[in-house]
Write a protein that binds this ligand. Structure first.
Ligand SMILES: [Zn+2]
Length: 152
């Protein structure tokens, strides 16, 4: 799932549930629920063409994420919304870290998943990522954005 939709879902949870003890773990769990749904993904591989496409995808996703954060900030969202947004997206930070700093990870096209958490995270997404997943991501983003606008 895109970082955009993870962030939007976290923001919805942070706005809809005002009890941090419920909202925070729910936001973290939402990451895995969304990853288990068919979603957009091009993955990363060793091919230069795929790498360029993947970088463009990351740039668009990161830009949308920044816009969401700015929108929420200027709309006056509270700390819980940002904490939920962070928790909803943070399981992917592991992959981002590996992609940016682990040469072996990049060299194998992401083929190494060396701990239980990473394997679980990968397994729930097995067969769920495709280009066609954009037809799930866009309606989800619209629904989450509408919910945020309503709840703010
Ligand atoms: Zn994930």
């Amino acid at each position: 799932m895109t970082a955009t939709n993870h962030a939007l879902s976290g923001a919805v949870i942070g706005l809809a549930i005002t009890q941090p003890a419920i909202a925070l773990p729910l936001a973290f769990a939402s990451h895995f629920v969304l990853d288990a749904v068919p979603h957009f993904g091009i993955g990363f591989s060793k091919s230069e063409q795929n790498r360029r496409l993947f970088h463009r995808y990351l740039l668009v996703d990161a830009s949308l994420l920044l816009l969401i954060i700015l929108y929420l900030y200027f709309a006056g969202a509270g700390w819980l919304v940002f904490a939920c947004l962070f928790l909803a997206g943070c399981p992917d930070f592991y992959q981002a870290y590996n992609y940016l700093f682990n040469k072996k990870f990049r060299a194998t096209g992401g083929g190494i998943w060396n701990n239980k958490f990473a394997r679980f995270h990968k397994d729930i997404q097995r067969g769920k990522e495709s280009i066609k997943g954009i037809f799930i991501e866009v309606p989800l983003a619209i629904i989450f954005t509408a919910a945020i606008t309503y709840l703010l």
